[in-house]
Design a protein around this ligand. Structure first.
Ligand code: SF4
Ligand code: F3S
Ligand code: FES
Length: 232
């Protein structure tokens, strides 16, 4: 099939403002959007800039706004989009070039919630035992691949770039509810600050955008309840 692909392009060293570039090309319905933009870069215009690595929905590097929805380019098929495809950078982060955004603010928020295991007890001789039931409490939030599709689809984040955002809260959830971890109070203290989880207005965009099907809004509500019950 012939498809028409519009990509929002911007090179801050050459362009006064972003502009739409249009490409017509042949594609199969089973091609992924990543195949399409790889073809454009390799065969049509080598200056097109975008991130990608694994091509299999694991590394989280190719989140883009595709036909108005945040998705991973390697996980969406041409046949599910039709003949007209628009591709823009994810919103709310500074554009460095074309589809590449500056992820530093996103990772600063991620680091702020201490996304690592904290336990000062001496290590036991064997494993730190955890029951299957205790593991299940945070199973969903272990699946995050830090693609930023959630945070950059959040209307609160669009208007306040200092909001920690759903991805950071998801990764805080992963440790707050881990029965072996001892850092919950510190993380809840971070999340209780002015730009923490109380900024969430339950818009659900994040949940709809997540390529890992993590129930993000529910996780945020669970952290809110933990904060109310345990205190910061
Ligand atoms: Fe991506 Fe989902 Fe993780 Fe958000 S929670 S960064 S959408 S994998
Ligand atoms: Fe934003 Fe998700 Fe809350 S879209 S407002 S973080 S439910
Ligand atoms: Fe790795 Fe798409 S290229 S998730």
């Amino acid at each position: 099939m012939q498809i028409n692909v519009k990509i929002k392009r911007y090179n801050p060293e050459a362009d006064a403002r972003p502009y739409w570039a249009e490409y017509k090309l042949e594609a199969r319905g089973s091609d992924r959007v990543l195949d399409v933009i790889n073809h454009l870069k390799w065969e049509v215009d080598g200056t097109l800039a975008f991130r990608r690595s694994c091509a299999h929905g694991i590394c989280g590097s190719d989140a883009m706004l595709i036909n108005g929805v945040n998705r991973l380019a390697c996980k969406v098929l041409v046949k599910d989009l039709g003949e007209r495809i628009t591709i823009e950078p994810i919103r709310g982060l500074p554009v460095l070039k074309d589809l590449i955004v500056d992820m530093e603010p996103f990772f600063d928020s991620y680091k702020a919630v201490l996304p690592f295991f904290i336990n000062d007890d001496p290590p036991p001789p064997g494993e730190r035992y955890q029951s299957a039931e205790d593991r299940a409490v945070f199973d969903e939030t272990t699946k995050c691949i830090l693609c930023a599709a959630c945070t950059t689809s959040c209307p609160v984040f669009w208007t306040n770039g200092r909001y920690l955002g759903p991805a950071a809260i998801v990764n805080a959830h992963r440790f707050i509810f881990d029965s072996r971890d001892q850092g919950a109070a510190e993380r809840l203290g971070v999340l209780n600050q002015a730009n923490g989880l109380w900024r969430c207005r339950t818009a659900y965009n994040c949940t709809e955008a997540c390529p890992r099907d993590i129930p993000i809004t529910r996780a945020i509500e669970e952290v809110k309840r933990a904060l109310l019950w345990r205190g910061a």
